[in-house]
Design a protein around this ligand. Structure first.
Ligand SMILES: Nc1ncnc2c1ncn2[C@@H]1O[C@H](COP(=O)(O)OP(=O)(O)O)[C@@H](O)[C@H]1O
Ligand SMILES: [Mg+2]
Length: 292
């Protein structure tokens, strides 16, 4: 059984509220989207801005309600769950956003934001929380002194690492990462991608990696789904899509990638699991950012 099975998802938004609620027009943001994600794989969801990628991600976590379709997570129909059951299941599906500020409370020290789910969901004592939070900071490669600092005092890379640490507190199986490195500097981008790959290997995570940037897909994903105008236009193994794109739309996306592809990490290059990055933020050997 696949970890995630999505079938016939549809989401419409009203574009114009007619006078007294009449003559409504609807815009279909996600139109009959279906795919599966296997345990431990990275499935990329690619397409231009407005293609319906983020909406698809939110539909999977039921952060927005679909107009049609089903999402089965580990065999469970997500739509059939009541609120308590949904809350429990949602721990296993975490979302990471382009803007890591959105995952961290600006008014709380970062350590408290990271530790919060340990209290809320697992009822851990303060001592246990502190210990686990410190462990998680080690896992994502940021130093413990960020515990006391506020989000505004951290770099973009540190913030995204902290957001990842917070997501990991819930021991997720699936992480829906919506443009997780789009807002980061190129060198930091490589580090965060490497961290995600390391965590995947260590923890067996499944990623739905949402991006408009096909060059990242080749670096991180096993399979890709190409979306345009709310619909899936193509899906397959990344190598196949890159070597033999079937759709004009995919070809255009591919043509927009600067050649040679600025990052490459396919192939064996074992690394220690946690990336001891923090400062200084420099590209790692494995994902080499942006030369030439
Ligand atoms: N809450 C909303 N209300 C109205 N329209 C929306 C809403 N969310 C998304 N849309 C529209 O749906 C389309 C797909 O959006 P989105 O899923 O964010 O695309 P992507 O992530 O691929 O850029 C866009 O045209 C967007 O304007
Ligand atoms: Mg988006």
């Amino acid at each position: 059984m696949s970890l995630l099975e999505v079938e016939g998802l549809v989401k419409r938004y009203p574009v114009r509220q007619g006078f007294l609620g009449r003559a409504r027009e609807w815009f279909t943001a996600v139109d009959d989207v279906g795919f599966t994600a296997e345990r431990g794989e990275t499935l990329a969801l690619v397409g231009e801005s407005g293609a319906g990628k983020s909406t698809t991600g939110r539909l999977i976590l039921r952060l927005v309600e679909p107009d049609a379709g089903t999402v089965r997570f580990d065999g469970v129909d997500v739509r059939a769950l009541d609120q308590p059951a949904l809350r429990t299941l949602r721990r296993r599906m975490q979302m990471i956003f382009q803007d890591p500020y959105s995952s961290l409370d600006p008014h709380l020290p970062v350590g408290e934001s990271v530790a919060e789910p340990l209290h809320v969901h697992f009822g851990m004592s303060r001592g246990e929380r502190l210990r686990r939070t410190a462990e998680l900071l080690d896992v994502v490669g940021i130093s413990h002194d960020v515990l006391e600092r506020y989000p505004a005092e951290l770099s973009g890379g540190q913030l995204q690492r902290a957001a990842i640490a917070r997501a990991l507190t819930m021991k997720p199986d699936l992480i829906v990462a919506d443009e997780p490195v789009a807002a980061l500097d190129v060198s930091v981008r490589a580090q965060v991608l490497n961290l995600m790959l390391d965590l995947q290997r260590e923890l067996g995570l499944t990623y739905l990696f949402i991006t408009h940037d096909l060059s990242l897909v080749e670096v991180i994903a096993d399979r890709a789904i190409v979306m345009s105008g709310g619909r899936i236009v193509e899906q397959g193994r990344v190598e196949e899509i890159f070597e033999n794109p079937r759709e004009d739309y995919t070809r255009e996306l591919l043509a927009a990638i600067p050649r040679p592809i600025p990052m490459s990490l396919r192939g064996p290059a074992p690394q220690p699991p946690a990336v001891p990055a923090d400062v200084p933020e420099q590209p790692l050997a494995r994902v080499e950012a942006g030369k030439d």
